[in-house]
Design a binder for this molecule. Structure first.
Ligand SMILES: C[S@@+](CC[C@H](N)C(=O)[O-])C[C@H]1O[C@@H](n2cnc3c(N)ncnc32)[C@H](O)[C@@H]1O
Length: 432
């Protein structure tokens, strides 16, 4: 069936219409004419697979990635100009659809390194023909795809991955095999040319000589073991054992020196994260009491600390809170304090809040958090979001009290459909 592609879908698909119902086509680009086959029909839409591009978009390019099956990067077939257009367009569509916002959106802040930007990788391992391999799971499945090179990982991660594999093969480390025991994943993180390795495995012993060999790899600064017994969404299990090197990774942002444990979250693109945080600092007005919810290792709170008399961060990962409090102390801020717990329940207990920074997970703000915000009514909210749909829905829910002041999207995850956004919201009513 021939289909004219009219617009972008949130997951990077092209959308055409058949009998006024949307047809989602993975790999198609707006303004293309494509030949498709309907794969699945639902009540209000269908999914189709792309058979042939009959009229090509000027944004189309030959995918530079040899691992088309991986599905990790939905926009490999789109040139960078097209990727930026896609991201700006899905943000605009989401804000119009859910928040009825049709006002100004500032230009997307482009990524300086559109390949090789990811500072961390999580790779499942499997034995094939008796040899350990790293790979990825095909999107949305547990199907292992061996992958020996990823274009969006930082080059250092790729170098260490292949050297680490040689080491794991030398010691014939078991991978989850028939008896259900062994290595599951390797996680590699890179900050400022230093590498941290986390071996995610069932309870098992790694020999001291293997750990020493890993620590001897160029730039490797620490090795950890995460014990994970059951499958779960969380990459790590409940226990984290330090196997050698230095416990924390170190990262500098402007004049701040920050430490980071393996479980603590940090944005995947270090250089764009810095641009994002600096924008938050620039847009935040001076205030007495600043709260940052979902604060991770506290980078935004600490960058903004000179603008507030008191800063209070909330984060539920214990290690991140430990890092954040150490980061406050080591950078000489005694008016900044972080507490472990759920954002909504701790935020609702704070007496006075003038400004609030939120950077929630993809699911956005939960309803207790939105209720607490509408009750406390801080003058300004800086909302950092990695999901335009939940961002727009949350703005709609806060609309009775807040108006959009500024919106700036960032390309943090080039080659993928994801877009990061900062919105400044200002209270429009006087406090009840
Ligand atoms: C998108 S990350 C942002 C972290 C930090 N702002 C940064 O830029 O590095 C979201 C953070 O929220 C934390 N988190 C998720 N749900 C939470 C909740 N209900 N209460 C407190 N923290 C939560 C996660 O552990 C994670 O560190």
């Amino acid at each position: 069936m021939k289909l004219n592609i009219k617009k972008w879908g949130i997951n990077g698909e092209g959308i055409g219409f058949k009998d006024r119902k949307p047809v989602f086509v993975k790999g198609a680009i707006p303004e293309e004419l494509v030949d498709v086959k309907i794969e699945k029909r639902f009540e209000h839409y269908s999914n189709a697979c792309l058979i042939k591009v009959l009229k090509s978009s000027s944004y189309r390019r030959f995918s530079p990635c040899p691992h088309a099956q991986c599905d990790g990067c939905a926009l490999m077939h789109v040139n960078y100009k097209g990727q930026c257009q896609m991201k700006a367009s899905i943000l605009k569509q989401a804000l119009a659809k859910y928040a009825n916002y049709n006002g100004k959106i500032e230009p997307l802040v482009k990524n300086n390194s559109v390949f090789g930007y990811r500072n961390s990788c999580k790779l499942p391992v499997k034995k094939r023909n008796g040899e350990i391999q790293t790979g990825m799971f095909k999107a949305g499945t547990q199907k292992f795809l061996p992958i020996d090179r990823c274009l969006v990982h930082e080059k250092e991660l790729e170098r260490v991955r292949s050297e680490l594999l040689i080491c794991l093969r030398k010691y014939n480390v078991p991978c989850l095999e028939g008896d259900g025991q062994g290595l599951r994943h390797i996680v590699i993180k890179e900050f400022e040319q230093k590498i941290q390795i986390i071996l995610v495995s069932t309870p098992m012993h790694f020999s001291q000589s293997m750990i020493q060999d890993i620590l001897n790899l160029e730039n490797v600064c620490s090795v950890w073991q995460s014990i994970k017994i059951h499958d779960s969404v969380d990459i790590f299990g409940s226990q984290m054992n330090f196997l050698g090197g230095q416990r924390n990774m170190i990262l500098h942002i402007d004049n701040l020196k920050l430490e980071l444990l393996p479980r603590s979250f940090f944005q995947l693109n270090t250089s764009q994260a810095k641009n994002l945080y600096r924008t938050v600092r620039e847009w935040l007005g001076p205030c007495e009491s600043l709260v940052e919810a979902y604060s991770g290792i506290g980078a935004m709170s600490l960058l903004c600390a000179p603008k507030a008399k008191q800063v209070y961060g909330i984060e539920w990962i214990n290690d991140a809170v430990q890092n954040a409090n150490a980061n406050a102390k080591n950078n000489g801020f005694d008016h900044v304090y972080f507490k472990q717990g759920d954002a909504a329940s701790l935020f609702s207990k704070i007496d006075k809040v003038d400004a609030l920074i939120v950077d929630p997970p993809r699911s956005g703000l939960d309803s207790p958090m939105k209720k607490a915000i509408l009750k406390k009514q801080p003058d300004q909210i800086l909302y950092v979001s990695c999901n335009p749909s939940t961002l727009a829905k949350d703005i709609a829910d806060l609309k009775t009290v807040y108006a959009v002041e500024r919106i700036r999207p960032f390309d943090m995850f080039s080659q993928t459909q994801h877009v990061e956004t900062i919105v400044s919201l200002r209270r429009i009513q006087s406090k009840k």
